[in-house]
Design a protein. Structure first.
Length: 580
């Protein structure tokens, strides 16, 4: 049976058996696995069982999530295959597969408190009543509407509630316009690359901390920020419309209106006078022919309908950005076109292509990094999964020969190294793997010949000329840490060391994981991740002083302030364990 190991940002671990063939992961209720942090989308990912019982795998699919999914440090696009010991990242959560042969006890080192205390309840995303704020619209459009700020993170946008927490139905608002974050009693607003931007008290900001009474402009909508406890009540005297630079001022509109009224009155008098004179002349001519026929009333000219905004220039500009492979800028331009014409088919198709190619670019860069680092197995996996309809596909296919050659040569070298240590069965497994690949036929034959040669040499055992004198046994020394082989890392990067440390923990080899994590901390001294995991491992090994030292380093480097209270509780518990 496959099981999914889930570790949250605080080091707490849960193990979930994969009983169903398909499960969903997301923040909202109804998902098979619910992850409550706000950097997890409502429906974030889908996992589907694949492979065989002897070689189990899981197919991972990104459900168009906002923050994406990373596999072994690289962001995935669409679907990819996850194998045991691979590391999957969804928001602040790390997920790994383990097979039935690995027991739950072997994974105790993943958690800071899993072996000794129940996991803490998830943080409630909703704010307590006394900490909630609100927005009140003070512009004439939507005047008086109120929007509660009752969650720790609130997304504001134009589309429906499935995509946004606060929906402001105005065409000047982008689909996802801004995010409001509540941390330590303070509300902060962040512009989500919106078309019309965010202003606070008349100044444009990308990020701004809000103070009670601030006026926020989202597009052409003005809102007053009411901090917790503010009992502000909107009145019509508070209306304050957004200024549009190209529009006339109010006194100019009044002047133009009066001028038009005057012109209309003069024109009416002139037309009436001309019509009266014409009627009198016509009556004189037709006086003896009977009563004059009534004249038809002049037709009132029709007011021309207001033309719909022309999105062709915007779409043309967006297509140009597509050709230049500026995917993020193209997506923003297509969003601008869709704000004007939501049903525009070409803009919708262009936006989908821009999003797909942005993900393909990430996947392509990950493949290039794997080639540079000579991670041939990872590069070959990326090569097989790369979308064939991508702009990057020809460049990827041009590297196929080098990747296949590197992969086959690496396996051959691994097999020869195994022969050198006498591990012939392991070398045979490598040879079978090579034999399955058409491009690795030469390496498969070379390794098979080396295995046969090693067998032949082993069958002829040299006889000693005379027995060696007995050696007096030395007192046994208990030094398991010094005799333990150090895991091979080569010139591994920080991300590779972190991934390998998790693989060692999944296998139950805590000491090897410690070595890898210490190497990772030297690669990136300002990262909190190695110390977070070292704190958990040492605590599970009941080495509380080492756990305390690493936990304090984790606290000092942790960038997310919301985790620090949990870290402090961990430190206090470790100090109590040391004192007792």
């Amino acid at each position: 049976m496959l099981r999914l190991v889930i570790e949250d940002g605080e080091g707490t671990t849960h193990v979930v058996p994969l009983i169903r063939d398909e499960i969903t992961i997301g923040r909202q209720e109804g998902n098979t696995i619910r992850l409550t942090e706000r950097n997890v989308s409502r429906r974030h990912a889908r996992l589907m069982r694949a492979g065989t019982q002897s070689s189990p795998t899981v197919l991972v699919e990104d459900l168009d999530s906002y923050n994406g999914i990373k596999l072994n440090g690289d962001r995935i696009a669409g679907k990819c295959t996850m194998r045991p010991a691979d590391l999957l990242q969804i928001g602040d959560y790390s997920l790994a597969l383990k097979t039935e042969e690995v027991t739950d006890a072997d994974l105790g080192s993943l958690a800071a408190a899993a072996a000794e205390e129940p996991p803490p309840p998830p943080v409630d995303p909703r704010l307590p009543e006394e900490e909630r704020g609100r927005f009140v619209v003070v512009s004439s459009n939507l005047a008086g509407n109120e929007y509660p700020l009752d969650r720790r993170e609130v997304i504001v946008g134009r589309t429906d509630a499935d995509e946004n927490d606060v929906v402001i139905a105005h065409r000047s608002i982008s689909r996802h316009h801004a995010k409001i974050i509540h941390r330590d009693g303070t509300f902060t607003i962040i512009d989500l690359a919106s078309s019309n931007g965010v202003k606070v008290n008349g100044e444009a900001f990308g990020t701004a901390t809000l103070v009670n009474g601030d006026i926020i402009e989202l597009g052409h909508v003005k809102l007053r920020f009411c901090a917790p406890g503010d009992d502000y009540v909107f009145t019509s005297a508070d209306v304050d419309d957004v200024e549009v630079e190209s529009g006339p001022s109010a006194w100019q509109l009044v002047f133009v209106a009066l001028l038009l009224v005057g012109v209309a009155i003069v024109a009416f008098l002139i037309v009436d006078r001309v019509a009266h004179n014409r009627q009198a002349q016509q009556g004189a001519v037709t006086g003896q022919q009977g009563k004059a026929q009534p004249q038809p009333k002049p037709e009132t000219p029709k007011t021309p309908e207001k033309a719909a905004p022309d999105v062709k220039p915007i779409v043309a500009r967006a297509n140009g950005l597509l050709e230049a492979e500026k995917w993020d800028e193209a997506r923003a331009a297509f969003d601008e076109a869709l704000d004007v014409a939501p049903g525009h088919a070409e803009a919708r198709a262009g936006r989908d292509r821009a999003v797909a190619e942005a993900n393909n670019k990430i996947m392509y860069e990950g493949l290039q990094k794997a080639v540079e680092d000579k991670e041939w197995r990872h590069a070959l996996s990326r090569l097989a999964e790369f979308p064939q309809d991508s702009e990057y596909a020809p460049r990827v296919q041009a590297q196929r020969g080098d990747i296949e050659q590197g992969y086959a040569d690496k396996l051959l070298a691994d097999g020869e190294a195994m022969i050198g240590t006498g591990a012939l069965p392991a070398a045979e497994e490598v040879q079978k793997t090579l034999a399955k690949e058409d491009f690795a036929a030469d390496q498969a034959r070379a390794l098979a010949a080396a295995i046969e040669k090693a067998r032949a040499q082993a069958s002829v055992a040299p006889q000693p000329e005379e027995p060696e004198p007995p050696v007096e046994p030395r007192p046994r020394q208990n030094r398991p840490q010094q005799n333990r082989p150090t895991p091979s890392t080569g010139e591994a990067s920080f991300d590779q060391l972190i991934t390998r440390s998790l693989q060692q923990m999944v296998r139950g080899d805590r000491d090897a994981a410690i070595v890898l994590l210490k190497m990772a901390s030297q690669k990136r001294p300002r990262s909190h991740v190695p110390y977070q995991r070292l704190c958990a491992i040492y605590k599970a090994k009941q080495q509380y002083k080492s756990a305390l030292a690493n936990c304090k380093k984790w606290r000092d480097l942790e960038p997310n302030v919301s985790y620090r209270s949990a870290i402090e509780r961990n430190i206090e518990q470790l100090q109590e364990l040391i004192n007792n």
